[in-house]
Design a protein around this ligand. Structure first.
Ligand code: SAH
Length: 346
C-alpha cells in the first residue's frame, strides 16, 4: 500500500495510465485530497465505483496524529505530530492580520549541526516523505475548517521548521509541485512559499531553476571564520560561494532573497559586523531579517540589548537596505526560530 499524498499529480497520472485508467482522473483525485479534504476513496463520488475500489486496493489516505498542541500567548500554535513510525515533528501555525503562515518541517532532526539551534542537538534521524511534508499542510487546513475558518486563509508556507529542506531536495521539489498546483493542488502562489536554507550551494542554484518559490538564507555571520564555527556547512560552502549562488539565483526581477541573521550578544552584533554585512550583500537583491536570538536552556548564547539590536538595524537602513527585526512568535512555547525539538533525544 502506498500513501496517496506521496504521489505528484504527474506520478498519479502515470500510475493510472499504467493501470488502464484515463490519466486526467489524477486531477479529480488530487482535488479530493488537497481541497476537499477527503478521508476515504468512498467519498470521491465523481469516480466510478470500480475505480474507487482499485484505488483503495493500492493507496491509503491517512492523517498525522496530533500528539500535542500548544498555544502561545500571541496565539501562535505549535503542533507536535506523530508520524507512522512513531517519530515526531513539529509545525507552527502563525496568525497574521488576515491570513495564516505555516512553518513546516522537512526532516526529522537535522544534520547541519548549527551551534545555536536546538533542533541540531538531536542529530539527524531521517528525511520526511513527500506525503509527510504535505500532510502538515492538509491537516492544519482541516483543523482550520473545524474552527470554521476558511482553509485558504492559510496562504503562506515557510520551510523553516525542523530540518534542512535542501538536504531533502527531491521530496521538497515534489511537495512544492502539489503545494503550488493552482488547479488541483493546495493552491499556494509560489510568491507565498519560502524555502530557507543553511547554505547548500549547489541546491540553491537548482532550486532557482526548478521552482519559482522564494529563497531565504540563514547567514548569521559575516566572516568565514565565525560562520564556519557557528554553521559547519560553511566549511564546505564558504561565504564567497554562497553569496555568488545568491547573486546569480534565478528569480523574478522584483524579487529579493531574504537573509536571516540571528543577533547574538558579543558574537555577531558589533558595528563592524553590520558594516561587513552591508558590504557582503550589496551586490545581491537582498532583504535582511534580523532575528534576536531566542534563548533556551543551556543555549550558551544571549540576545543583545534592545539598543544594540536597533543600532545594528539602523546601520542597514541608513545604507538603504530593506531590513526588519523579525519579531519571534511563540517563544513562550518553544515554537520560535531554532526552538523546535519534537521529542528528539536531546
Ligand atoms: N535549515 C534551514 C531551515 C530552518 S530555518 C535553515 O537553516 O535555514 C530556522 C531559522 O531559525 C534559521 O534561520 C536559523 O538561523 C534560525 N535559528 C536557529 N536557532 C535560533 C535561535 N535560537 N534563535 C533565533 N533563530 C534561530
Amino acid at each position: 500500500m502506498k500513501n496517496l499524498l506521496d504521489y505528484t499529480r504527474q506520478e498519479l497520472s502515470c500510475w493510472l495510465e499504467d493501470n488502464g485508467i484515463r490519466p486526467f482522473r489524477a486531477g479529480q483525485i488530487s482535488k479530493w485530497i488537497c481541497i476537499r479534504q477527503a478521508e476515504s476513496f468512498e467519498e470521491m463520488t465523481d469516480l466510478s465505483k470500480e475505480l474507487r475500489k482499485k484505488l483503495e486496493a493500492h493507496f491509503y489516505i491517512r492523517r498525522l496524529v496530533v500528539e500535542e498542541k500548544r498555544v502561545s500567548v500571541d496565539t501562535t500554535e505549535k503542533f507536535l505530530f506523530r508520524l507512522n513510525d512513531g517519530l515526531h515533528i513539529e509545525s507552527v501555525l502563525i496568525p497574521g492580520k488576515d491570513h495564516f503562515t505555516l512553518c513546516v518541517s522537512s526532516q526529522v532532526g537535522c544534520a547541519q549541526d548549527c551551534r545555536f539551534c536546538l533542533t541540531a542537538r538531536g542529530g539527524f534521524i531521517r528525511n520526511l516523505t513527500v506525503g509527510e511534508i504535505l500532510a502538515q499542510i492538509r491537516d492544519i487546513r482541516s483543523y482550520l475548517m473545524q474552527k470554521a475558518i476558511d482553509p485558504l486563509k492559510l496562504s503562506n508556507i515557510v520551510f523553516m521548521g525542523m530540518g534542512e529542506p535542501l538536504a531533502n531536495y527531491q521530496n521538497l521539489i515534489k511537495s512544492l509541485e502539489t503545494i503550488t498546483d493552482m488547479d488541483y493542488g493546495f493552491k499556494f502562489s509560489p510568491r507565498h512559499v519560502t524555502v530557507s536554507t543553511s547554505g547548500l550551494v549547489p541546491k540553491i542554484t537548482q532550486l532557482g531553476l526548478d521552482t519559482g518559490v522564494n529563497l531565504a538564507v540563514s547567514l548569521n555571520a559575516t566572516t568565514d571564520e565565525l560562520r564556519s564555527e557557528l554553521m559547519p556547512i560553511n566549511r564546505k560552502y564558504p561565504l564567497k560561494q554562497l553569496l555568488e549562488a545568491c547573486r546569480t539565483f534565478t528569480m523574478k526581477p522584483r524579487n529579493k532573497i531574504t537573509f536571516e541573521y540571528i543577533l547574538m550578544k558579543g558574537v555577531n552584533d558589533s558595528k563592524e559586523d553590520s558594516l561587513r554585512l552591508v558590504k557582503l550583500l550589496s551586490p545581491i537583491k537582498a532583504k535582511i531579517n534580523l532575528i534576536p536570538f531566542n534563548e533556551y536552556e543551556e543555549s550558551g548564547f544571549k540576545r543583545p540589548s534592545q539598543k544594540d539590536i536597533s543600532d545594528f538595524l539602523q546601520i542597514l537602513l541608513d545604507r538603504n537596505f530593506t531590513a526588519i527585526i523579525r519579531k519571534s512568535k511563540g517563544d513562550d512555547i518553544l515554537a520560535a526560530c531554532g526552538q523546535l525539538k519534537a521529542k528528539l533525544p536531546l
